[in-house]
Ligand binder design. Structure first.
Ligand SMILES: Nc1ncnc2c1ncn2[C@@H]1O[C@H](COP(=O)(O)OP(=O)(O)OP(=O)(O)O)[C@@H](O)[C@H]1O
Ligand SMILES: C[C@@](O)(CCOP(=O)(O)O)CC(=O)O
Length: 205
């Protein structure tokens, strides 16, 4: 069960080093963590995988080489869980999310999107982050067979008509401009929530 129904769910996907974490952190900063939380499907996966394999969870969450060394094995481990239950990690991340805007920062498979679409049909907006291979390489990406040509990276390459596409090739001003529409949508959807919070405050409740 979730703590409350969200007003908007931004379902982010994108290739390795396209900048999903960077862009979603920026949106959260602009909206404030009070209004917006970031849910990472890979967080419960990495936590359980780290526990079972004696690994460092914090390093698996980071953007460094440690995570990359373990990526292929984590992918197969996560896939075995998802095959048994496609909503396994989705249910875990929404548990306790209380803000009106949720950003799911790392959708990778159609089953991830389908779970949210079916549970929250009115609130979902799909967002793809794109960057050129050259930009991604500058950020540390190197093609890895078994990872970059597998479902984890290619599962949403076809068959999804994304609601928004954000190009993140490194120009801060261009990025800001592209986020305006999404931020406006989030503010519109949360206006009612903010008014309620303001009236609770002014009534001293
Ligand atoms: N617009 C940007 N300006 C400056 N640095 C950026 C920008 N976008 C991404 N980066 C940097 O590039 C690196 C990779 O970005 P990030 O971790 O957000 O990618 P990701 O898509 O989440 O990657 P992964 O799938 O490997 O977790 C990070 O060090 C991040 O700070
Ligand atoms: C194992 C996996 O969750 C790693 C994701 O790491 P990240 O989102 O790139 O930090 C990828 C997957 O689930 O296929």
């Amino acid at each position: 069960m979730t703590a409350s129904e969200p007003k908007l769910i931004l379902l982010f996907s994108g290739k390795r080093k396209s900048g999903k974490d960077y862009v979603t952190n920026l949106i959260q900063k602009r909206l404030s963590p009070k209004l917006c939380c970031i849910l990472r499907l890979s967080a419960p996966l990495k936590e359980q995988y780290a526990q079972e394999h004696g690994l460092d969870y914090e390093q698996l969450l980071g953007a460094g080489q440690y995570k990359e060394q373990h990526r292929a094995e984590m992918i197969s481990w996560g896939e075995s869980k998802r095959h048994q239950d496609p909503g396994f990690f989705c249910r875990k991340v929404v548990c306790g999310a209380a803000q009106p805007v949720w950003i799911v920062s790392d959708c990778r498979r159609l089953s991830d999107l389908q779970w949210f679409w079916s549970e929250y049909p009115q609130q979902c907006v799909s967002v793809r982050v794109e960057a050129s291979e050259q930009t991604r390489a500058q950020r540390g990406w190197r093609f890895t067979a078994g990872v970059d040509d597998a479902e984890s990276e290619c599962g949403l390459d076809q068959g999804v008509d994304f609601d928004w596409i954000i190009r993140n090739d490194g120009n801060g001003t261009l990025l800001d401009g592209q986020l305006e529409g999404l931020l406006a949508l989030a503010r519109e959807r949360t206006q009612e929530h903010q008014c309620t919070q303001d009236s609770i405050k002014s009534n001293g409740q």
